[in-house]
Design a protein around this ligand. Structure first.
Ligand SMILES: [Cu+2]
Length: 221
């Protein structure tokens, strides 16, 4: 009996010790959790500040960079044939200092000169191209040639096609712009059936419209 009693007592004591040990462990864990929570709390405000700072510097950076990003330095017009025409091509407009360099490559023309203008509207919906309106003339000037002081902003003169029906033109213009009231963006480009005589008001007597395109913003190169 005595032996049994001592065994039971030992077991009970062991149990009690284990319970105490468990409780101590649990308490320790709880404290650790609290510490960890306190640490993250302490960290959070700093982290939040960092984000705020990052946002602020980002905003400042954007404000500084925005004008450069917005600046348009190149535009393009892809010309499609009007009804019954085979004339097509591409014209690029590139900012070079204060001027705009025009480079045109057109094909499907009869050999010789063909009137070549920027027209008021970027609207090529009419089969004959007339929806592009008259010459782009924001300054209400008389019609002239590209080298004339008094001219429509859109007066680019003539394209000269070779025997192969192809015309290549390079012209640096002082009146074209990508900004302000002389901006050519969104305007139309027309290639005509006949030569522009650079005199007849207000069209240069250049005849029908063989190709029409709209000047759009192009990726800078
Ligand atoms: Cu025209």
């Amino acid at each position: 009996m005595k032996k049994w009693f001592s065994v039971m007592l030992s077991l009970l004591m062991l149990g009690a010790i284990m319970t105490v040990a468990d409780q101590a462990m649990a308490q320790k864990k709880e404290k650790e959790k609290e510490k960890a929570a306190a640490k993250t709390e302490a960290k959070e405000p700093k982290a939040a500040k960092k984000v705020e700072k990052a946002e602020k510097s980002d905003k400042a950076g954007k404000a500084e960079k925005a004008p450069a990003k917005m600046e348009i330095t190149r535009a393009i017009a892809v010309l499609h044939p009007t009804e019954g025409s085979q004339v097509r091509g591409t014209i690029t407009f590139t900012q070079v200092g204060k001027d705009i360099k025009v480079v045109a490559d057109i094909e499907g023309l009869t050999p010789g000169n063909h009137g070549f203008h920027i027209h008021e509207f970027g609207d090529c919906s009419a089969k004959d191209g007339t929806s592009a309106g008259g010459h782009f003339n924001p300054g209400t000037m008389p019609h002239g040639g590209p080298a004339d002081t008094q001219r429509h902003v859109g007066d680019l003169g003539n394209l000269e096609a070779g025997a192969d029906g192809k015309a290549h033109l390079e012209w640096t213009d002082t009146k074209l712009s990508f900004t302000g009231n002389q901006s050519i963006l969104g305007r139309g480009v027309i290639v005509h059936a006949n030569a522009d005589d650079l005199k007849t008001q207000p069209t240069g007597n250049a005849g029908g419209r063989l190709a029409c395109g709209v000047i759009g913003v192009a990726k800078a190169q």
